[in-house]
Design a protein around this ligand. Structure first.
Ligand code: NAD
Ligand code: ZN
Length: 362
């Protein structure tokens, strides 16, 4: 097992990563006082709730399981209310802990429930998708969706600990594994050239779910994200770098209807487009853009966006929350592992990238 810390002063917390650690009672014990409410869903619960429950109960904690529906549509008010109903029915007090067992959907919803239940109680993240292990479980963003936008209702609420068991990825559908790899590649491409090179050498091992490789990839991703979160908890600066590929990616998700493309798939094609835009602005060598595209292709991820006409692209990207005062803001690359936020990107260059991608999509 490997452990690291997210340095947030009095709210600092550990991230434990390893194979088979879900059942390690000692990892939970320091954070449990009275009752532990485990929020999970109908897919993950049958697989991993018994093991987690046994570990929690062995510390003497009372366990209240709360099983919600599966899928992104679970991030809504009614489901949150079901969680509050269950917490109140079981009389959970302020000394209780919510444990999120599942992917990013369960983590975001359970984390938000913990942020507001009785003005905020402790929570633990037990992420079971690669995306949740490398991204959503770290950093304290919690939210549900609104009909008018994803993640529009939420709070910053840091977990007390993250326990990422890479053995749970054995049961993850292949497509979800690849989508998680997109965020791993993002961490290398945007923040760490050496990690990017490691990914190039180990992508097959990751696709084969070799545990040592997965442990390293999760660990390095968490380290990179944790360092940024420690510096910029509420996303006023450096944290924006984690959005590399996301301006194009969010537009792809919105244009194709949420769910048709997985988030990671949209980010994958979005990173290829952002790298291409970096080349056109002169900040990145073409050979580096080609290199990133190759890695994304080898991960079995899309490198070409769906057909979206230019006006729609521009409309969707202007709606993206990262574009301030009508100007086009993008996270671009200045080299392998070196992303930078550019606030005045020339729209003509953006149009060139869109035209090229439309031609490629044909
Ligand atoms: N809070 C953040 O900082 C942050 C960052 C990125 C993404 N997110 C959010 O995360 C969500 C996406 O998370 P996700 O990709 O983990 O999706 P998800 O939670 O929907 O999980 C994907 C699918 O895998 C299933 N699953 C989960 N673990 C499994 C396992 N071990 N074995 C088999 N099946 C398993 C789930 O039931 C689901 O069908 C989005 O709502 C997104 O907004 C949040
Ligand atoms: Zn993302």
């Amino acid at each position: 097992m490997e452990s690291l810390r997210v340095a947030l002063g009095s709210r600092a917390y550990p991230i434990h990563i390893g194979a088979g650690i879900l059942g390690e009672a000692a990892l939970y014990a320091p954070h449990l006082a009275g009752t532990a409410a485990v929020v999970t869903n109908t897919v993950v619960g049958p697989l991993y709730l018994p093991g987690l429950r046994a570990a929690l109960e062995s510390t003497g904690a009372r366990v209240v399981p709360i099983v919600i529906e599966e899928g992104e549509q679970a991030k809504r008010w009614q489901v949150l209310e079901q969680v509050f109903d269950a917490l109140l029915a079981a009389r959970l007090g302020r000394d209780s802990v919510i444990v999120a067992l599942g992917g990013g959907v369960v983590g975001d919803l359970a984390g938000f429930a913990a942020a507001v239940y009785q003005r905020g109680i402790a929570f633990l993240q037990v992420p079971t998708t690669l995306l949740a292990q490398v991204d959503s479980s770290v950093g304290g963003k919690t939210a549900i969706n609104h009909a008018r936008g994803k993640n529009m209702i939420g709070a910053f609420h840091q977990p007390r600990a993250v326990i990422a068991d890479v053995a749970t990825l054995d049961t993850l559908p292949d497509r979800e594994l690849r989508a998680g790899l997109a965020e791993v590649i993002k961490h290398g491409a945007a923040l760490d050239a050496a990690f990017l090179a490691w990914l190039e050498a180990n992508i097959e091992a990751l696709l084969a779910r070799e545990r040592e490789a997965l442990t390293h990839a999760v660990r390095r991703s968490c380290e990179l994200k944790a360092a940024i979160v420690a510096e910029d908890e509420r996303e006023s600066g450096a944290r924006a770098l984690l959005n590399f590929g996301h301006t194009f990616g969010h537009a792809i998700e919105a244009a194709s209807g949420y769910g048709a493309w997985l988030h990671g798939e949209a980010v994958a094609a979005g990173m290829v487009m952002a790298a291409e835009l970096s080349v056109r602005t002169g900040s990145l060598a073409a050979v580096q853009s080609a290199r990133l595209r190759k890695l994304i292709e080898r991960a079995g991820l899309p490198v070409v966006p769906p057909r979206i006409d230019q006006a729609r692209w521009l409309e969707l990207m202007a709606l993206d929350k990262k574009s301030a005062r009508g100007r086009m803001r993008f996270v671009l690359l200045e080299g392998p592992g070196r992303a930078a936020l550019k606030s005045e990107v020339d729209e003509a260059l953006v149009r060139e990238v869109l035209a090229a991608s439309l031609a490629a999509a044909q």
